[in-house]
Design a binder for this molecule. Structure first.
Ligand code: 4AD
Length: 503
């Protein structure tokens, strides 16, 4: 067997050569004289064609019975084959079984989400999860590239923190040798001190929130990147944010088109992600929510959902007849049964949307100035736009203590949320920071926090305070938006949620 080990993603450079692939069986079917094994090696998939005449009969027999996810090495000649998965094929000359596997629990059939979460250690090998992981990798690389190329210095902020940044109700407390500390909800407060040392900084790491909501947008452990800049105002921050988000979308489009296609992401809409983004004040957003346009929009959406439901129900009935009928082959019935499971899951989600639509209409119509925008309000605003939307100047009382009060209207703060389009909702939250000592201490007291804990943070307003600000972008929400994944739990390898810590 040749020892010319090549990864599947590199096969294009080895056409006509003999190579060795090392991986796992993705699919295996045989037709007497031929075995077709699709092997995956973590970089891609390749069909290997094994001819009986070229193999020892005993090995040929073992290969024909190799189960899904058996590990193996296989050598052979590479040929271009546009009809084959990945575009190349291996005409096998030799093979070695590393670990034969039977009864791999995750089959190509569909499984429910609870089952998949329990088997997350294996589920990561599935094509869908693999594609999402590849996109996440690119997103993280693009994040670092953007800040590193634009003069920002990376600062690693601590995970054990002494003060709250984002509200005490979502703090995870830890016993730190008898002293209560918290897991970081944000690196921002520490980052502000570093911004006064370096001018432009960012931190990037896991953050923790004891979120008691079981929504598709909330994890208790998620990754956030936070830039912080000295001498900046709100328009300056928005400009950085729109260039930043656009650079991530462009990189994913350039590096992961195949994965996006596999995942069914909306590529044409991602191609529109270029500056400038839409800018609305909170007050304008409230006017939209409570105005007639929103009600018309939701009524139209309801009709569309109902039409989709009818199509889905018809399709399920058709497939059920196929499964029950006599005329189809067993593999056709299996395929139809798997499709039915998928369709039923989709139908459940659609039914939830149909049920929620009138509730959202009421919530929007009843929305009153002063409340924070909720998930459904964000969804409505973002559905109405095909580019990301910045919503700025929220009511002061609905937002964090560190946000700078607008000096022209002290009811609002100089903050922004960035809502991803097509109904996805918030991916960024940010603000200019309160830079005046007296105003900040008043906000800290108003929040019910003990100013003593914040003495070092207040020092920044004593010694060379300057206008400054920054924002935080959630990695999982960004990946979910780009890939079209509905639930952010699929966008991190080992998700942690309020009701689920699977493995
Ligand atoms: O709006 P947030 O809470 O902002 C902050 O933490 C600021 N300190 C950031 C800053 O200005 N430096 O969170 C920022 C982003 C959200 O827009 C969202 O993408 C993500 O972090 N995020 C979550 N992602 C998953 N699960 C959760 N529970 C999240 N909470 C926030």
């Amino acid at each position: 067997m040749t020892n010319n080990h090549v990864r599947i993603s590199q096969l294009k450079d080895h056409i006509g050569s003999e190579v060795l692939l090392k991986g796992w069986v993705y699919q295996n079917r045989s037709s007497g004289k031929l075995i077709f094994i699709v092997i995956r090696d973590g970089s891609g998939l390749c069909q290997c064609v094994i001819e009986k005449t070229s193999f020892n009969p005993e090995i040929f027999d073992q290969l024909s019975r190799l189960g899904q996810e058996s590990s193996m090495m296989i050598s052979g000649l590479v040929r271009a084959e546009p009809r084959s998965i990945g575009g190349y094929e291996l005409a096998a000359t030799d093979a070695a079984i590393v670990c034969p596997t039977t009864d791999y629990p995750i089959t190509p059939k569909s499984h429910g989400i609870d089952f998949l979460m329990k088997h997350r250690h294996l589920h990561l090998r599935s094509q869908r999860q693999w594609c999402i992981g590849k996109v996440r990798h690119t997103v993280i690389d693009a994040i670092r590239r953007f800040f590193n190329d634009n003069g920002f210095t990376l600062i690693d902020t601590p995970i054990f923190t002494t003060i709250a940044g984002e509200g005490e109700q979502t703090l995870f407390e830890v016993d730190y040798f008898g002293r209560p500390l918290h897991l970081a909800q944000t690196g921002q407060l520490y980052l502000e001190s570093a911004a006064m040392a370096y001018g432009k900084v960012y931190c990037f790491g896991p953050t923790f929130r004891a979120e008691k909501s079981k929504t598709r947008r909330h994890l208790t452990e998620f990754w956030m990147v936070e830039p912080e800049v000295a001498y900046i105002d709100l328009p300056g921050l928005l400009e950085i944010a729109e260039n930043f988000v656009s650079s991530i979308a462009a990189r994913v489009l350039a590096d992961n088109r195949a994965e996006l296609e596999f995942l069914g992401a909306d590529i044409p809409s991602l191609e529109k992600i270029k500056p400038p983004f839409v800018r609305l004040t909170y007050t304008q957003a409230v006017e939209i929510l409570t105005g007639p346009r929103t009600q018309e929009f939701l009524a139209k959406q309801l009709q569309e959902f109902q039409a989709q439901r009818k199509n889905m129900e018809d399709k399920i009935a058709e497939l059920e007849a196929l499964v029950a009928g006599q005329s189809s082959k067993q593999w056709q019935k299996d395929k139809a049964a798997a499709e039915i499971i998928d369709l039923r899951t989709e139908l459940e989600e659609l039914n939830a949307r149909i049920e929620n639509n009138p509730k959202h209409a009421v919530l929007a119509a009843d929305f009153r100035w002063g409340k924070d925008l909720g998930g459904s309000d964000e969804t409505i605003i973002s559905l109405m736009h095909d580019k990301p939307v910045f919503v700025t100047h929220y009511p002061k009382d609905a937002k964090a203590f560190y946000m700078r009060t607008d000096r022209t209207n002290d009811k609002v703060v100089e903050n922004f949320d960035c809502l991803a389009p097509a109904g996805f909702g918030e991916i960024i939250g940010g603000s200019v920071r309160e830079d005046e000592y007296d105003r900040l201490i008043e906000r800290i007291k108003h929040e019910g926090y003990n100013p003593e804990g914040y003495d070092w943070y207040l020092d920044l307003r004593k010694y060379g305070s300057v206008p400054h600000g920054g924002f935080g972008l959630g990695v999982e929400r960004t990946v979910a938006w780009l890939t079209g994944e509905k639930h952010i739990r699929q966008c991190i390898a080992f998700p942690r949620m309020m009701d689920k810590v699977v493995i």
